[in-house]
Unconditional design. Structure first.
Lengths: 212, 484
């Protein structure tokens, strides 16, 4: 079996307009409710992002940034703390990505969610509560304002057209930064190439039965 | 950085190499698979023309969407599609499958320990956040996403970053009506739903040591609700006794003796170093219930619900919204909160001792007329064992629905769901809005005896106020019942 040939893109920076989703502890059940998990591929999940907080039982749209026209083309999601907690479902970042999100900026992220984002090449960048709130306010007032998420540099720059830009000191988890910037976030190929070392590790473990 | 802990030792022994990202490539001892998070991963594998590298270290079951009654095939709708997809995938790859026909099916986190698949000193992964449960066996176990499932299927390894270790010592003796579930709800209330981010939790102290393996599983299970991706308890004699009686070792005492020294060797050293330590007085706890919509929003059953403004600033907003959703007022207690549904099930609390304790409360009583109550055993084996003790009869006599094994109303993916704004007393682990199938639904988390008490009284009830009943003769000794 040959290794994986897919060319892996590097993600050094992501830019685009923003969309704020406010609140702490937003769990993956909210990002994509369980009934939308009854699928064998991730295609088409985008329309269901945040479904139950966006629509009433009769499918009438509610107040939610994901329903607002002014944010329709946004690619940078700005959230608060512990975003993506709960279930490990990769359907959550898949739904966000398929809706159009290419980067998430927030105060903090649940670990499995951040890992799932990384596997899709979506950076999860953190900054202080104050900076995040200011950025959310900015996005609310300037839905067309350009945001640049610089993964390589660990910063986020934004500003209204023709005005001075503000730069936030942001943090990107070191492994995530390397993976994205060096284009090694697709780990399958990488790890497949170490098959010999894997066999050796297996052999050294008393509980692994010798494979024939 | 921690040193000499079980986590350090198991990590080091499973580390294959350091990857260019700075992450470690870890060897995976056991990969558990269920129907909902795996099909996309098998699909990705196919897309790339890769085979499953180690089918012999992989084990599958169905739990999330499988119906818990009416199990004739074909199942209805998507459940059949996902089941068929899994059957196809495991057949093609040669993966062992605890399907409903085998009598071994169940929630993946019940099945692994039950069959002795989960062993101390191993690494266990599954595309499910509650994989932390398996840490109760002294394993290093964590949930992974679908892309990581693909990695594990293709390479038998996973890329991970090493975390810090926080030891949580629970001292003293747990009081009446207080269980493992209450300990972990208290831990999460104290440390926060994100307090464990960046940590692995080691649970220790006499209150933990005194728990059976099932109780340890309830605690490790909810590590993830506290933000910790993994939690574990050091293996001890209880762990070894458990293992000796599982499929893995029952007929192979030699293997058991051969592995035992290894299990002993990976225990945390007496002088191990931890990155953080928290001590909790177990004897001070009372039965816990949640008043909100995160597992961290818990309170003792006789304690007042906190006012949002008395909570840390970053929790106030969530608390306000939660209280509005749950329709509770600060200052009141949860005792007396009317419930419509009692759900006794899930990978947190649907093992045999959980059902036994609940049955003691239920015996000779009747479910409140306004409550629909159900028991969903964690696995087909738990169900069979409970039936051989006559527990099913105790529950049925009281008016509980006695179901087949699966996740059921824990996440409402099959037909078992809350309707409208129903309130549920639930032994599961998540009270998120919408979790149990209805977005207006309200979930109150509690231990299994408390669920039983709520079912009987029709409202959240301090189980200590109900006198415990002896199980009727027929439930424990009557041979006729035992045979059924
Ligand atoms: S019982 Fe609930 S928490 Fe456990 S695996 Fe099933 S859905 Fe997840």
């Amino acid at each position: 079996m040959t290794g994986d040939e897919t060319a892996i893109e590097t993600v050094e920076r992501v830019s685009g307009t923003g969309i704020p989703v406010r609140g702490n502890d937003i769990d993956t059940d909210q990002i994509i409710p369980a009934r939308f998990l009854k699928v064998v591929t991730f295609d088409g999940l985008g329309q269901f992002a945040f479904h139950d907080v966006r629509f009433t039982d009769d499918d009438e749209p509610k107040d939610h940034p994901f329903n607002e026209d002014r944010f329709r083309n946004a690619s940078v999601l700005v959230v608060n703390s512990n975003f993506g907690c709960g279930s490990s479902r990769e359907h959550a970042p898949q739904a966000l990505k398929r809706w159009g999100i290419d980067a998430v900026v927030g105060e903090s992220f649940a670990e499995i969610f951040a890992g799932n984002c990384l596997a899709l090449g979506v950076p999860t960048v953190t900054a202080s509560a104050r900076e995040i709130e200011a950025l959310q306010d900015f996005v609310d007032e300037n839905p067309d304002g350009e945001i640049e998420v610089d993964v390589a540099d660990e910063s986020v720059r934004y500003g209204a057209p023709n005005s001075e830009h503000h730069e936030i000191d942001a943090t990107v988890d070191e492994a995530q930064r390397k993976a994205l910037v060096e284009g090694v976030w697709d780990t399958t190929a990488l790890m497949k190439s170490n098959a010999g070392a894997v066999t050796e590790t297996a052999r050294s473990l008393p509980y692994v039965e010798e494979a024939e | 950085m921690s040193e000499g802990t079980l986590y350090d030792k198991v990590w080091d022994r499973h580390k294959v190499t350091e990857l260019p990202t700075g992450q470690d490539q870890l060897f995976v001892g056991l990969h558990l698979v269920h129907e909902v998070t795996s099909p996309q991963a098998f699909g990705m594998l196919r897309e790339r023309g890769l085979d499953v590298a180690y089918p012999e270290r992989t084990h599958a079951t169905v739990d999330h969407i499988v119906p818990t009654d009416g199990r004739e095939r074909p199942y209805e709708g998507a459940a059949e599609e996902m089941m068929a997809e899994l059957e196809e995938n495991v057949r093609e790859a040669g993966i062992e499958f605890s399907s409903p026909d085998t009598g071994d099916q169940g929630i993946v986190h019940v099945v692994g320990p039950e069959q002795g698949l989960t062993q101390p000193g191993t690494t266990v992964v599954c595309g499910d956040s509650h994989t932390s449960t398996h840490g109760a066996m002294g394993a290093l176990a964590f949930g992974i996403g679908t892309s990581q499932i693909r990695d594990v299927l293709a390479t038998g390894t996973v890329a991970m970053e090493k975390k810090d270790v926080r030891r949580i010592r629970v001292t003293g003796e747990l009081g009446d009506g207080v269980e493992a579930k209450d300990v972990i709800l208290e831990i999460i209330r104290r440390l926060g739903t994100d307090g464990g981010v960046g940590y692995v939790y080691e649970y220790a102290g006499e209150a933990i040591e005194n728990l059976g393996l099932e109780g340890r599983m309830s605690i490790c299970n909810m590590s993830i609700e506290g933000g910790a991706r993994a939690g574990y308890v050091n293996p001890d004699e209880k762990t070894y006794e458990w293992l000796e009686d599982t499929d893995a070792f029952r007929d192979d005492p030699e293997k058991f003796e051969r592995l035992k020294p290894y299990w002993e060797s990976i225990r945390s050293d007496e002088d191990a170093e931890y990155d953080d330590e928290v001590v909790i007085d177990g004897s001070a706890l009372e039965p816990m219930v949640t008043w909100g919509t995160t597992p961290g929003q818990g309170v003792g059953v006789t304690e007042p619900i906190p006012a949002p403004e008395d909570l840390p600033e970053d929790k106030q907003d969530t608390a306000r919204r939660a209280q509005e959703h749950m329709r509770v007022e600060p200052g009141e207690t949860m005792a007396g909160y009317p419930i419509d549904v009692a759900f006794l099930g899930s990978c947190t609390n649907a093992r045999l001792p959980d059902l036994r304790r609940a049955a003691r409360v239920v015996a000779g009583r009747e479910v409140h007329p306004d409550v629909r109550a159900m028991v969903v055993p964690g696995s087909q084996r738990v169900k069979a064992a409970a039936e051989s003790e006559g527990l099913d009869q105790v529950f049925r006599d009281a008016g509980f629905d006695w179901r087949g094994a699966g996740c059921s109303m824990c996440l409402g993916m099959n037909d078992d769901q809350l309707e409208g704004d129903e309130a549920s007393a639930s032994s599961s682990n998540r009270n998120f809005v919408g979790r149990q199938g209805s977005k207006e639904g309200r979930t109150v988390l509690m231990n299994p005896q408390m669920v039983a008490a709520a079912a009987i009284e029709g409202e959240v009830t301090d189980v200590r106020e109900l006198d415990e009943r002896e199980l009727p003769e027929s439930a424990s000794t009557d041979a006729e019942v035992a045979e059924r």
